[in-house]
Design a binder for this molecule. Structure first.
Ligand code: ADP
Length: 260
């Protein structure tokens, strides 16, 4: 109770406590603001596909849709519903990740080789034929880190998906892995796609932020991929660096402590 102590203790000694209480309050207020913003964003993101699902379903139900349009409306409903499922999955995943502390026991940490993950990620994309119009490759040396295999796979997957989706026909995506002399392991995902404007670069890791909303949605984006990447990096005490130039491409580097 700050008021009570203040009567007996010189201010000089109280200052650090007052500062801590103040910053705690600021933190709580900021959290509350972010939570409200997030809820508003989620509602908006869900409302858009729901409105269109409801609209097309009504056209079919009331017989207003011409017989030749029914199949197309059906597939629009399907596409919007799939988007909602992805969105809800990403939201659930983010809320799960939010609760994970780096030193906690919520995730199983093991020694994982980033090079192996890069290879698996490239293989998986090839099986899914997602790389159809870009050349996907990986290179580097073995780089063991202490981490969650599933979460690191997801981190790679999200970075790779973006490098492919924000690319152009004939583009390249390259995954590189290595170790530094000062005991770090790094992975980079480099593309020579459309790039990110300078003024947007600090925002792309925010939830629901998109440079180009229509491109994000047309390629199945939820606006949460990089927020998930950021959260997974946090859980691994890893650092993210973004380098990008419009029309030239984007490189994202994630740096970890090397496992011994
Ligand atoms: P989304 O689902 O929209 O892709 P993300 O959180 O993964 O959401 O990315 C946020 C935004 O950052 C994207 O909408 C896109 O504008 C931009 N972005 C992400 N990765 C890249 C990239 N490799 N090249 C260009 N722009 C990118």
């Amino acid at each position: 109770d700050l008021d009570h102590i203040q009567e007996n203790v010189p201010y000089r000694e109280l200052a650090p406590f007052a500062e801590a209480i103040h910053s705690d309050r600021v933190l709580r207020e900021n959290n509350e603001k972010m939570r409200q913003e997030f809820t508003a964003n989620v509602s908006h993101e869900l409302k858009t596909p729901l409105t269109s699902i409801s609209g097309y379903a009504e056209l079919i139900e009331t017989g207003m849709a011409k017989p030749e349009d029914v199949a197309e409306f059906g597939s629009k409903i399907h596409r919007e519903a799939s988007r909602m499922i992805r969105l809800v999955n990403d939201i659930l995943q983010l809320s799960h990740l939010d609760s994970v502390r780096p030193e906690g026991e919520a995730v199983t940490m093991e020694t994982v080789d980033l090079l192996e993950l890069a290879r698996d990620c490239v293989e998986r994309q090839k099986v899914n034929a997602r790389h159809a119009y870009v050349a996907l490759s990986y290179l580097g040396e073995s780089a063991p880190v202490l981490g969650s295999r599933t979460l690191l796979e997801e981190l790679y997957q999200n970075l790779c998906d973006n490098a492919i989706r924000y690319n152009r026909p004939g583009g390249k995506v390259q995954l590189a892995v290595g170790c530094t002399r000062d005991g770090h392991a790094y992975l980079t995902v480099r593309d020579n796609g459309i790039g990110i404007p300078k003024d947007a670069q600090s925002s792309v890791f925010e939830r629901f932020y998109r440079v180009d909303k229509s491109r994000s949605k047309a390629t199945g984006g939820t606006g949460l991929g990089l927020a998930i990447v950021k959260n997974i990096a946090r859980i691994h005490n890893a650092r993210i660096k973004l380098e990008s130039e419009v029309g030239v491409g984007t490189t994202i580097t994630v740096t970890f402590e090397l496992a011994h």
